[in-house]
Design a protein around this ligand. Structure first.
Ligand code: B12
Ligand code: SF4
Length: 533
């Protein structure tokens, strides 16, 4: 039995990170002795021909794609390529979008055989076994499948009670070298579930209201392994709220301190879970960034969205965190129900004030009601009119809703004011860099480097020009010189720009020269630090 898992591409601006869902699914499949591979189109160019070639070589019986709302269309297209290639391949899709749009998914993408609903770890194993044995899919809990013209929903999949029994995510199947080259953070989770019920969020629909925690020792084993074996600049703990249970937070932080780990990490938290001692402990344990969902500065809106916080709680939570030495990023959403141009300004001014008072960074998204959330399911009750059903526009950066108090045009105007502020901040960094400010220079150069590497990765440039005949370029330096020339021609940038970037990648071991018969080939490394000694 062979399973192929597919990731779906999304833009660099969305902060590209190794797909944790697929790593979890692959990890448990491997543990159960089922052969699995991941084709990661997030960090390579997606071409149907490339997918077909992989299908030809690997011959999977089951192909599973992961997606969120924004990437649903791309996932559906990929699965169509698989079905067209070989109709006997069972195509499956999972994640927080399709879990709540089963009927629509089958209607819009009839070539999809199975939708996985909710947590997929046990589901993928049972599905793979059922497919291998030619068994009835109705025995597999947590899925929906098409049976002629009817859609069959099986028993709901119970949550994995003991997360410690799940194997570690099989990240080694991902091209991690490309992610480290991009400067991406690596994500991991220490718990699943969220007890809160914010109406714009599908968290508790996906992973339940009861939070399940991993053992702090095992969490830190994984953390330590990521820090020791790979070159990630940062590890992001992406639990819905890392600080929801202080005993757990304390357990993880104290274990990090006990092992004297020097890795830098970040976490999502709620302002009302911040206390001085927990913030200080997190800081001492290496936490650099805390991301707070503030959403709005307007008390009425905060009530409507059932966020359970007030302006005062935000102010004090942010202050506690920044006083403890944590960097804070406050995340807001424009056009929540009840928004008016005035409340939007109120939020922008509040964000600005927190930046001035506490040095907290901030960012604004625009409401994109996601399936599985009350704001989507009961949009009318909230006065929300959805302007498009093109899911690829649900990136939370476009205006796709209007309400009685905010027309689409008004939302655009508000977003334009915010964009202007962002532009001013960007210009400021540029100017400071020109004046010689080291931190600003670092930011500008870091961005240039990331964009260059993204072009290499999304154009499959190294794969395309990385082959160097031994006869034409003897030795490592000559092969590097040849690579620089070719990359320069391929990406249309001068050699002076390309040379330092390529040299940096080679020096850090992220691009490696391999001998293969009569030729040499430059390849992205797998991201693992070479063994010392
Ligand atoms: C880390 C994170 C990010 C990071 C990294 C993105 C990434 N892809 O890793 C950043 C900050 C970049 C980000 C950006 C965005 N995110 Co985000 N993010 C998360 C977060 C907190 C964790 C994701 C994670 O790793 N979870 C752990 C893994 C194990 O869970 P999983 O991915 O759901 O996978 C499980 C199941 O879904 C299922 N499964 C998944 N795929 C498949 C496939 C098959 C075949 C099967 C059988 C099963 C299966 O099995 C898996 C194991 O149990 C989630 C919330 C959450 N708790 O999941 C939000 C979440 C995914 N993000 C969300 C959103 C809205 C976004 C943005 C659009 C905008 C925004 N405001 O943040 C962008 C879009 C970028 C993108 N295309 O992903 C929503 C998605 C809702 C939706 N319907 O689309 C979520 C669910 C938050 C929420 N509760 O509303 N995000
Ligand atoms: S926004 Fe955060 S706190 Fe609210 S339900 Fe979602 S994950 Fe939980």
């Amino acid at each position: 039995m062979r399973v192929l898992l597919l990731s779906t591409p999304y833009p660099l601006e969305e902060h590209v990170a190794p797909p944790l869902s697929l790593a979890y699914l692959a990890g448990i499949l491997q543990k159960e002795g089922i052969e699995v591979d991941i084709l990661d189109f997030l960090v390579s160019r997606y071409r149907p021909a490339k997918l077909r070639q992989k299908l030809e070589e690997y011959r999977p019986q089951l192909v599973g794609a992961t997606c969120v709302t924004l990437t649903w269309k791309a996932a559906a297209r990929m699965l169509k390529v698989c079905k067209d290639f070989d109709p006997s391949i069972v195509t499956a899709v999972g994640g927080p979008h399709v879990s709540f749009t089963v009927e629509e998914t089958f209607r819009r993408a009839p070539w999809v055989d199975v939708v996985a609903i909710g947590e997929g770890d046990r589901t993928i194993v049972e599905l793979a076994k059922a497919v291998a044995g030619g068994n009835d899919l109705s025995q597999v809990a947590g899925i929906a499948f098409q049976d002629g013209n009817t859609i069959v929903r099986t028993e709901p999949r119970p949550f994995v009670e003991d997360l410690d029994r799940l194997p570690l995510p099989a990240r080694h199947l991902l091209p991690l070298g490309k992610y480290t080259a991009l400067g991406s953070a690596c994500t991991m989770v220490t718990s699943r579930g969220c007890p809160y019920g914010c109406v714009f969020c599908s968290a508790n629909g996906m992973f339940g209201r009861r939070v399940r925690f991993r053992d702090p020792g095992l969490v830190v084993d994984e953390f330590e392994m990521l820090h020791r074996d790979y070159d990630f600049i940062q590890i992001n703990i992406v639990d819905d709220t890392f600080t929801v249970n202080h005993n757990h937070t304390r357990g993880v932080c104290e274990e990090m301190l006990r092992r004297n780990l020097k890795a830098q990490w970040s976490a999502y938290a709620r302002v009302d879970t911040m206390t001085k001692d927990i913030a200080e402990l997190m800081r001492r344990a290496g936490c650099k960034w805390v991301v707070f969902g503030v959403e709005s500065a307007n008390e009425g809106i905060l009530k409507t969205i059932k966020k359970g916080i007030t302006r005062e709680k935000v102010r004090s939570g942010v202050k506690i965190a920044t006083d403890a030495g944590l960097k804070v990023f406050n995340s807001f959403i424009f056009n929540l129900p009840g928004e008016t141009p005035e409340t939007a300004r109120e939020s922008m001014d509040f964000a600005e004030q927190l930046a001035l008072d506490c040095g907290a960074g901030y960012g604004f998204h625009i409401l994109a009601p996601m399936p599985g959330t009350p704001l989507y399911d009961r949009a009318e009750d909230y006065g929300i009119r959805l302007l498009t059903r093109d899911w690829s526009r649900h990136d939370a950066n476009q205006v796709i809703t209007e309400t009685p108090t905010m027309s689409a045009e008004m939302v655009r105007e508000v977003a334009a004011i915010y964009d202007q502020r962002v532009e001013v901040a960007r210009e400021y960094v540029k100017r400071r860099a020109e004046e010689g400010d080291a931190e600003s220079i670092g930011m500008v150069k870091g961005k240039e480097k990331q964009e260059f590497i993204w072009d290499l990765i999304k154009g499959d440039v190294i794969e395309g020009v990385g082959r160097v005949a031994v006869g034409t370029a003897r030795g490592h330096d000559a092969a590097k010189h040849a690579l620089v020339q070719r990359v320069s021609r391929r990406v249309g940038r001068p050699v002076e720009v390309v040379e330092p970037q390529i040299s940096g990648l080679v020096a850090s071991g992220l691009l490696r020269l391999e001998l293969a018969g009569d030729h040499q080939r430059w390849r992205w490394s797998d991201g693992r630090r070479p063994d010392e000694g």
